[in-house]
Structure formats: C-alpha cells, structure tokens
Design a protein around this ligand. Sequence first.
Ligand code: THU
Length: 129
Amino acid sequence: MTLLDDAARVRANAHAPYSGFKVGAALRAGSGQVYVGCNVENVAYPEGTCAEAGAIAAMVAAGETEIAEMAVIADCPDPVTPCGGCRQKLAEFGHPNLPVTMATTRGARITMTLAELLPGAFGATHMKD
Ligand code: THU
C-alpha cells in the first residue's frame, strides 16, 4: 500500500460538514512509520484543522519529529495543495527536499518539494543574531 493509499483511506473519516471538502493526508516519518490525518471542521469555522496538521500532530504525539515523505488527496479537479499554514507546519519537520505528493481521487497527481511549495520559508536561522 502506498502513502497515497493511506491518505485516500483516512480521507473517508474527514469531518467536513461545512465545506463538504474531505481531505486525507499521510506522512512517512524518519522511522518509516506512517501517520495519517484528515480535516476536522468545527461549527466555529476558524477552529477547523487541516488533514496535514492532523498527520503532523499524530507523528509528534508518537515521539517523532522528522517527515520523510508526504501525501495529500481530495476530490477536486486539480491535485489538492497544502494551504499556506500547513506549508509552514511541514517546514518545521521537513527538509527542503521533502517530496509532497498531491492528488485527486480521480487519479491526477503531482509531486513537488517543500522548497518549491514554500520558497523563502521563514526558519530558525532568521532568529539568530
Ligand atoms: N484542507 C485541508 O485539510 N488540507 C488542504 O491541503 C487544503 C484544505 C481543508 C480545510 C477545510 O476543512 C477544507 O479543506 C476546505 O478548505
């Protein structure tokens, strides 16, 4: 089973009654372990969380801090791309060369690196004297 299969499978559990847009995400951590997440919306709209954030939270809760590979999938015309906030979250735990595969449930997919998705990322080096 591929990482994208894991993302597609967890997408079924997304709680998206407000947008109707279900998203699934799966990441392979440094250990090789796979962590998954889906979007979890809330009636207080800004309290909703993205699928990628859920997968990252599961990884960190399990004691890991390195993302080696990421996949995200939704039912849309073009491959779903992580929102700006999630790109920054990925940068916290992923190398600039981290491959992020973005897909549609209809079979389209594209893979880009994190550096391509978040050029000029703000990082810890900016906070050094
Ligand atoms: N969403 C994600 O979970 N991940 C993405 O990459 C894009 C957007 C969610 C947030 C919200 O629940 C819904 O999709 C519509 O924006």
